[in-house]
Design a binder for this molecule. Structure first.
Ligand code: AGP
Length: 613
């Protein structure tokens, strides 16, 4: 997803923009660009590929005496990922530039209209129409011109605009794409698509809402409503993440660091919410009392990708312990089907970033239909958290690796807490069961801490053996089925090995035809209520000479008889298995991807925050 950084103030702008852009690399991009004002002229540099190439290109200009500029990392939507399509984009005079994240839906008709008026285009992007439209409206005041131009635009945008005619002013606009302002004590002002880009320079941030325009100048900033121009009073929030929290802390990749952070992130999710003795859960932030809990007739969980896998696990828990029927939807499907929601429905949106376009659209639809809407989210101040009726923050800390790991297990911990809380309010969970489950959850972070290094080591030979595979099957039943899906997703997204997750019982309905001596099959076989069933499925694979890896309970001799490639997991409360068993699968995917020389933190074609549908 595109990333925007802007700065105006008394510091030299080039190093600020470059550092900010580096912090946004996790979003995924295929080209980058920078523009700054020097001696009254805009100096623009763009290039295809990684940021290092842009840095090389402008080597020697880091110290240039410029105090205002914009930078951009582009994730192509309209037009190939080439230098000519990289942002910033200019108007015809070359004195006005725009950087943009989002999609301009009516760009084709606007482009034709502008071309008829004589505007010359130099890219294939939807963004460039914005520069020419603003040029058309420009009459000495950049903010007014932006406001006027955007009246004609349909779509989603976060924008940074700069004009040589107003050399101390940046204009920022947010509409359905994230944008945050950073305010420095010395009067410098920044704008960026996400918090990590601002953290090296300030902790004081202002979160723009949709249809808000900000004017940034050295020493001051103001926010107004995009269309009416009415001033909006915004709060400055202190973000307590430090820049170091977003660094790799000695690990080779962010993904590995984040896998090893899971004891802490799970602990952070449960901390202050779960009473260790009684297992009672308090979610004061949700404002759900007994009456409200009893009024819930149906829960709908909506998410994408890994977050959708968390939702699938949530269904098992919520139905079993809270006794409420649960539907799980992929957000891009949910938003385009006929929804039967009302005030008795609780809709839970699960999203690490809180910005995923489809999930956000689902939130808005559900809200419109009168449902109670809750977000489970990791990013404070993100759009979903601001629009939902309530938010359960996962508190996993910033997740930089594109492949989600710690955010996933924190989502699971949050869903389990929510399950307990609803079950306790409705009295569908017996106090003894609450105590048992609560105690097991409290002990989980310490257990993860000891298991992680052991698993890392044990998985190494397996990763070596399977790194050259072409395909992979993952099998699981019950709450292990979504974990099989997640294991397959992790492997395919970072190692580019084709991998599929299946409900083990589905094997004989088709996928079994794929099994031969070449096909690796990883089966999740904890000692739970469907253990015997999964063992039968594993035997079916063995009979067809598939290459079996089993992940099962420590000391399970039956599994050892089936294959010598067994990863042994400690025996915990059955409901915690999804969290625990996700970890060896994350490590296996990670190690295989590293052995294959893949760009683990920024896999090809993927973006961390998918803010377009
Ligand atoms: C996870 O590894 C993926 N890269 C992706 O599926 C992700 O989970 C999905 O895009 C949803 O993102 P969200 O949680 O930020 O909404």
């Amino acid at each position: 997803m595109c990333g925007i950084v802007g700065y105006v103030g008394s510091m030299r702008v080039v190093p600020i923009i470059l550092e900010g852009l580096k912090k946004l690399e996790y979003r995924g991009y295929d080209s980058s660009g920078i523009v700054y004002l020097y001696e009254g002229k805009l100096c623009k540099h763009r290039c295809e590929g990684k940021l290092a190439r842009l840095e090389e290109k402008i080597d020697g200009q880091r110290d240039v005496l410029s105090h205002i500029g914009l930078g951009h990392t582009r994730w192509a939507t309209h037009g190939a990922p080439t230098e000519r399509n990289a942002h910033p984009h200019c108007d015809c005079t070359g004195e006005l530039v725009v950087v943009h994240n989002g999609i301009i839906e009516n760009y084709q008709s606007l482009r034709e209209e502008l071309q008829q008026k004589g505007h010359l285009f130099s890219s294939d992007t939807d963004t460039e129409v914005l520069a020419h439209l603003i040029e058309e409206s420009l009459n000495g005041d950049l903010a007014k011109a932006v406001t006027k131009a955007l009246k004609k635009v349909h779509g989603s945008f976060a924008l940074g605009v700069m004009w040589a005619g107003q050399p101390d002013t940046l204009v920022a606009v947010r509409n359905q794409s994230p944008l945050v302002l950073g305010i420095q004590e010395g009067g410098g002002c920044l704008l960026a698509s996400d918090i990590p880009a601002l953290l090296p320079f300030t902790r004081q941030m202002v979160f723009l809402d949709d249809e808000e325009l900000a004017v940034l100048r050295p020493g001051g900033w103001e926010v107004m409503k995009l269309h009416s121009g009415r001033r909006v009073k915004k709060e400055t929030r202190t973000i307590d993440w430090n820049a170091g929290m977003a660094e790799k802390a000695g690990y080779k990749h962010f993904m590995l660091k984040e896998i090893f952070e899971q004891p802490q992130s799970v602990l952070n999710t449960i901390r202050g919410r779960l009473d260790a003795e009684s297992g009672l859960v308090r979610f004061s932030e949700l404002g759900l009392g007994r009456q409200e809990a009893e009024a819930i007739r149906r829960i709908v969980l909506v998410a994408c990708g890994t977050s959708w896998h968390a939702a699938l696990v949530g269904k098992y828990w919520l139905e079993k312990w809270a006794g409420i029927p649960v539907e799980v939807d992929i957000a891009s499907e949910f938003r385009y089907r006929r929804l039967l929601l009302d005030e008795s429905s609780l809709v839970i949106l699960i999203s690490q970033s809180g910005e995923t376009a489809d999930t956000l659209a689902g939130l808005r639809l559900a809200k419109k239909m009168g449902a109670r809407v809750i977000a489970i989210c990791n990013v404070v101040g993100s759009t979903m958290t601001r629009e939902a009726h309530g938010t359960i923050y996962t508190h996993a800390g910033p997740e930089i690796g594109v492949a989600s790991t710690k955010a996933f297990t924190s989502q699971l911990a949050a869903l389990l807490l929510l399950t307990l809380s609803l079950g306790q309010l409705k009295e569908t969970v017996a106090p003894e069961a609450s105590r048992e489950l609560g105690a097991a959850l409290v002990e989980l972070p310490a257990l993860l801490e000891t298991e992680l290094p052991r698993l890392q080591e044990e998985i190494e030979p397996l990763a070596r053996e399977y790194a050259a595979s072409r395909d992979f099957l993952y099998l699981g039943r019950g709450s292990m089925y979504p974990i099989a899906l997640e294991g397959a997703l992790k492997l395919k997204e970072i190692s580019y090995i084709h991998a599929e997750g299946y409900a083990a019982g589905e094997l004989k309905h088709g996928p079994i035809a794929l099994i031969d001596r070449e096909m690796p099959v990883l089966a999740l076989v904890p000692r739970d209520h469907v253990y015997e069933k999964v063992v039968s499925n594993v035997e079916e694979v063995r009979a067809r000479l598939g290459r079996l890896i089993v992940v099962g309970s420590k000391g399970d001799r039956a599994l050892r008889k089936i294959t010598d490639q067994a990863i042994e997991m400690p025996v915990v409360h059955q409901e915690l298995n999804p969290i625990l068993y996700a970890i060896p699968l994350q490590l296996l995917a990670y190690q295989i991807a590293v052995l294959r020389g893949c760009d683990v933190d920024q896999p090809r074609n993927l973006a961390k925050s998918v803010t377009v549908e």
